[in-house]
Design a protein around this ligand. Structure first.
Ligand SMILES: Cc1cc2nc3c(=O)[nH]c(=O)nc-3n(C[C@H](O)[C@H](O)[C@H](O)COP(=O)(O)OP(=O)(O)OC[C@H]3O[C@@H](n4cnc5c(N)ncnc54)[C@H](O)[C@@H]3O)c2cc1C
Ligand SMILES: NC(=O)c1ccc[n+]([C@@H]2O[C@H](COP(=O)([O-])OP(=O)(O)OC[C@H]3O[C@@H](n4cnc5c(N)ncnc54)[C@H](O)[C@@H]3O)[C@@H](O)[C@H]2O)c1
Length: 443
């Protein structure tokens, strides 16, 4: 079989790449070893946000008990997982045919390079002029005794019985979001943090506030500055050990210690593609060290965050480059990011922690709770922090609140098009209250 392009992996970047290549007349194949659609729809963003809807409703009702709500909602985890599976089934089952509908030949199997123009899949050789590697990331294996007892986020999406108590090792996006989801289902959650602060990339002040909220409102237990050394089977459940001693016995122990590049099976050395333990090395045109092989999405060794949104941005860029719609290098725009915790943390642009150390920037911290009117008091510890440059243009924003993702997304265009605040005032009237209430002292 011979193609113009063979894409390895079928995640959200590949969907966008196929859309961009649709009228190029190129013969394209997509090889996927697991489920078509990749991580985001099968075991990432999309099932997560389905579960989050019910979790948020439950936690909101709990928070408002005694503030106008007499009976808080009770989340039935088993039913929620079944509903999620039902709602997503037809979408996921159609993924492969959707890719074929976009003009690609789809091949199920694991790809490895034989040379710069050949891969092997299911013991068959496939040749192509060009390849695009989009193999993403997989859970970081924890090298401790008893690692075989650990669950990952993938297992949690299929977990039908509700454990009484769980330990989560790691406190990045996955650890903090699953701590929120499971606690909404009545699970007693302990988060084990190897440093002094979860969610390292987020504004530290907001993270500390989030941890306080998760402790006090959700009853989540945090153990800081602790490395797990072993997990052993107990009479009921699993014991978690650290250098400081036994951390307790838990029904389930979850490894949320990050994700590593899906690289080994690819045999990249056979094609002369350079890589590091952070992913595949690319230049400013997403081209690897082999000039006919490109990479995009989570597999790329990059400083931009590994998100669906950035993966799809890279895919749009690559299809434009390969169809001669651009000759420019890749430049990332303002990137928004969010953790779907309770409350949410969201941010975009220059980080507040960085801006605090740089005299070129000024920061405005707004206490969103003044008056405590918004959402019947569910946002009683919410804050919005904005970074302005010397011209008084908005260049960074971070928020902790129940609606942080929507607020920050609404501020991204203001940052991206770099408008003068006077023009901002002149050109728009936001719907009130919402975000307009929060920034009323500014505009
Ligand atoms: C629990 C969770 C929640 C998340 N939530 C969010 C969120 O809310 N927002 C957000 O922006 N991002 C989120 N992400 C991140 C998002 O899922 C990824 O950034 C995105 O899926 C990356 O897309 P991709 O195209 O690079 O590849 P992926 O989606 O990682 O897909 C790669 C595919 O390649 C396949 N593959 C690997 N090796 C081979 C091989 N040798 N041969 C053939 N196929 C191969 C894999 O099976 C996989 O299907 C979340 C991730 C997780 C785990
Ligand atoms: N809302 C979202 O956009 C969202 C949600 C989930 C995942 N994601 C994406 O998926 C990626 C993976 O998420 P993640 O939470 O798995 O990774 P992460 O890199 O965000 O967090 C991993 C955490 O594990 C800790 N850790 C690392 N090694 C450890 C060890 N040996 N012992 C204990 N702790 C250890 C780290 O300090 C960190 O806090 C994210 O970087 C993000 O790009 C995004």
């Amino acid at each position: 079989m011979k193609f113009d392009y063979v894409v390895i992996g079928s995640g959200p970047s590949v969907y966008r790449f196929l859309l961009g290549m649709q009228n190029s007349g190129k013969k394209i194949a997509v090889v996927e070893k697991n489920r078509f659609g990749g991580i985001c729809p099968n075991e990432g963003c999309e099932p997560k946000i389905f579960l989050e809807g019910a979790a948020r409703a439950t936690l909101t009702s709990m928070r408002l008990q005694g503030k106008g709500i007499t009976q808080p909602a009770k989340l039935d985890w088993k039913e929620l997982i079944q509903q999620k599976n039902k709602a997503m089934a037809s979408f996921l089952n159609n993924m492969q045919s959707m890719y074929e509908g976009l003009g690609a030949t789809t091949i199920k199997g694991e790809a490895s390079f034989v040379d710069q123009h050949t891969i092997e899949v299911n013991n068959k050789k496939i040749t192509a002029d060009n390849f695009v590697i989009a193999t993403g990331k997989k859970p970081h294996p924890l090298n401790i005794s008893g690692h075989e007892y650990l669950l990952t986020s993938t297992n949690l999406f299929e977990l039908e019985d509700t454990p009484k108590n769980v330990a989560i090792i790691g406190s990045g996006y996955v650890g903090m979001e699953f701590a929120t989801l499971l606690s909404a289902a009545g699970v007693k959650v302990t988060v084990i943090v190897r440093s002094g602060q979860p969610l390292e990339g987020f504004y530290s002040q907001h993270v500390h506030q989030l941890v306080d909220e998760m402790k006090n409102s959700l009853g989540i237990n945090f153990i800081f500055n602790t490395n797990v050394t072993a997990v052993t089977e107990a009479q009921t459940g699993y014991e978690v050990q650290s250098a400081n001693g036994n951390l307790g016995t838990f029904d389930k122990v979850i490894n949320a210690s990050g994700r590593v590049p899906e690289i080994n099976a690819l045999k990249l050395d056979n094609a002369g593609v350079e890589y590091s333990n952070r992913g595949i090395k690319v230049d400013k045109y997403l081209t690897t060290s082999a000039n006919n092989i490109y990479a995009m999405g989570d597999i790329v060794d990059k400083t931009a965050p590994a998100l669906t949104s950035t993966a799809q941005f890279e895919a749009d860029y690559l299809s434009a480059l390969l169809t001669n719609k651009t000759t420019e290098p890749l430049r990332y725009p303002v990137i928004g990011t969010v953790t779907f915790t309770f409350p949410q943390l969201a941010q975009a642009g220059i980080s507040i922690d960085k801006a605090k150390e740089d005299s070129n920037y000024s920061i405005k911290d707004i206490d969103i709770t003044q008056g405590d009117f918004l959402y019947a008091g569910t946002d009683d510890h919410a804050r919005l922090s904005l970074v302005f440059d010397k011209q008084n243009h908005l260049v960074g924003a971070a928020e902790i609140s129940q609606t942080a993702v929507d607020d920050i997304n609404a501020l991204i265009p203001v940052m991206a098009i770099d408008v003068d605040p006077e023009v901002w005032k002149e050109k728009m009237i936001m719907a009130f209250p919402g975000l307009a209430y929060k920034i009323r002292t500014l505009i």
